[in-house]
Write a protein that binds this ligand. Structure first.
Ligand SMILES: Nc1nc2c(c(=O)[nH]1)N[C@H]1C(S)=C(S)[C@@H](COP(=O)(O)O)O[C@H]1N2
Ligand SMILES: [Mo]
Length: 486
């Protein structure tokens, strides 16, 4: 529930059964039960579980491992059900795993006094009435503790999940005036194994400090623009989406992305230009930053100039790839600023814009030693082949991506086995704010090989080979991949 997955493993198992029950049986059940069919099915699954648990409890009297086997088998069924759903995510493993571990721990906690009593009985050849009473008492106390804990966690989790489910429903029912184009064909180099140019929402990396994403109803949301402005503005969600919506491709990346890493994605975003809002508020002279605050209290400081520059196209985004922002990506509204790392710009669940000066505040990450300004660094990576791949001898395709948002990529070069730099072919992107795919064909002989890449920006900057860590302002260095041909 805390993870706010769509439904519990129990429901997943019920759905799995629905999938495999023959049509006639299902029809008969629906005829008899009407729309109670699903609750009844869940109840049946639960009753079956209950009897299997009781059985596992009985087995525990004889051996410690037999009930574990039962639990693991049950967990296996839950896992199968959870992972075969159409919208399965890796995270769906967690509730099942947590559940299985809980069963095992709780059973051994409950039966421990009984085990102790049994060893005593075996040693002493008999038991007194007091010993029986003692065993019963500690068992009942433990059962009470477990029951109370389960109830608390259950109620708390349900509360937590209920809110998110409601927001998720509001989100799905929203009809926003946005589009969802496919990736332009010319942007794609079409090499097998390369990341998709347009990252699907479900594959887009996630970074946030909140344990559970805030669940915010659009009706509850507002953005306050204040601080060094002539007129304070408070904007409701409706007022925001009634404004002119602009749309564009943008590649977002994280300052913590290591060389060759995957904390980067490219999507079609829809939103409202920030420069117009700030113009309405009237930014006062002397300001050089906007301190953005999220619903969950996270903050970031964004250079004011990047928000007021019309060429920069910074937006308050309301949609990602044609859908209202996913909750985890900042629903209902987040900020996006081309050319800046997320930690200084891409505030999710954003509710407050304070026009200010960098010298007057520190934000969440700058307080922890990360750089105040976070311009994206010119970078590239090799995606095909992957580290450790086996490729055939002869001509093979190599490919990857490069990015220098707002500046643009002029060229990508690769070097095979430390040889001279060669130019790769580039995909043609609609703007300089997205990553660029590159590809080349190389000839490889049998044996081990390595290939590295470097990008050259439209400012003639050549990506540096100097290796630096992500902290404090982004990693540098050439990405190299090792593979073998045979
Ligand atoms: N509220 C909030 N917004 C946030 C963050 C956060 O921790 N909390 N992390 C930032 C960082 S470091 C990055 S890289 C981007 C990631 O956005 P994504 O999760 O949509 O990919 O969000 C930014 N916005
Ligand atoms: Mo980040």
């Amino acid at each position: 529930m805390a993870l706010t997955l769509r439904s519990s493993p129990l429901v997943a198992v019920a759905e799995l059964i629905v999938q495999y029950v023959p049509g006639v049986v299902a029809e008969r059940a629906i005829k008899i039960l009407g729309h109670w069919d699903k609750p009844v099915l869940v109840l049946i699954v639960f009753l079956i579980l209950l009897s299997l648990w009781a059985w596992a409890g009985r087995l525990a009297a004889r051996s410690w491992w037999q009930p574990i086997l039962v639990f693991v088998a049950l967990g296996g069924v839950g896992l199968l059900a959870a992972l075969t759903r159409y919208d399965a995510r890796a995270l769906d493993v967690l509730p099942v795993a947590a559940g299985t571990v809980t069963w095992i721990v709780v059973l051994s906690f409950l039966t421990e006094p009984l085990q102790d009593a049994r060893t005593e009985t075996e040693e002493q050849g008999g038991r007194t009435v007091e010993q029986h009473a003692h065993t019963r008492r500690s068992f009942i106390i433990r059962a009470g503790i477990v029951g109370a804990l389960a109830a608390t966690v259950g109620i708390f989790g349900e509360r937590l999940g209920r809110r998110r489910r409601h927001v998720e429903l509001s989100r799905r029912l929203l009809k926003l005036p946005v589009t969802n184009p496919d990736a332009p064909a010319r942007a794609r180099v079409k090499v097998e194994g390369i990341s998709r140019w347009k990252t699907p929402n479900s594959r887009f990396y996630l970074i946030h400090t909140a344990i559970a994403s805030p669940a915010i109803e659009p009706s509850e949301w507002s953005l306050r623009i204040h601080g060094m402005v002539d007129r304070e503005i408070t904007l409701s969600y409706q007022e925001l989406i009634d404004r002119k919506i602009t749309e564009d491709w943008l590649t977002l990346n994280c300052v913590s992305n290591p060389v060759g890493g995957s904390l980067i994605g490219n999507a079609w975003w829809s939103g409202v230009r920030i420069e117009r809002l700030l113009a309405e508020a009237g930014v006062r002279a002397g300001a050089d930053a906007v301190l953005q605050t999220s619903w969950d209290g996270w903050t970031c400081g964004t250079p004011l100039a990047t928000l007021t520059d019309p060429d920069r196209k910074a937006i308050l985004a309301i949609a990602m790839n044609g859908e209202p922002l996913p909750i985890d990506h900042g629903f209902p509204v987040r900020t996006l600023v081309p050319g800046l790392y997320g930690y200084v710009s891409a505030c999710k669940w954003v509710v407050d814009f304070e026009v200010s000066r960098f010298e007057d505040f520190t934000a969440y990450w700058t307080e922890k030693g990360w750089s105040e300004l976070g311009p994206v660094k010119l970078a590239s990576r090799v995606e095909v082949p992957d580290n450790g791949d086996e490729v055939p001898v002869g001509a093979i395709q190599i490919a990857g991506a490069a990015w220098a948002q707002t500046i643009g990529i002029a060229a990508v070069e690769y070097s095979l086995d430390g040889g001279p730099w060669q130019r790769a072919a580039l995909g043609r992107t609609p703007s300089d704010d997205t990553w660029v795919q590159w590809k080349a064909t190389v000839n490889v002989e049998e044996g081990d090989h390595r290939v590295r890449a470097r990008a050259i920006s439209k400012n003639d900057e050549v990506q540096t080979g100097v290796e630096r860590d992500t902290r404090p302002d982004g990693a540098t260095g050439w990405h190299e991949v090792e593979f073998s041909a045979g």
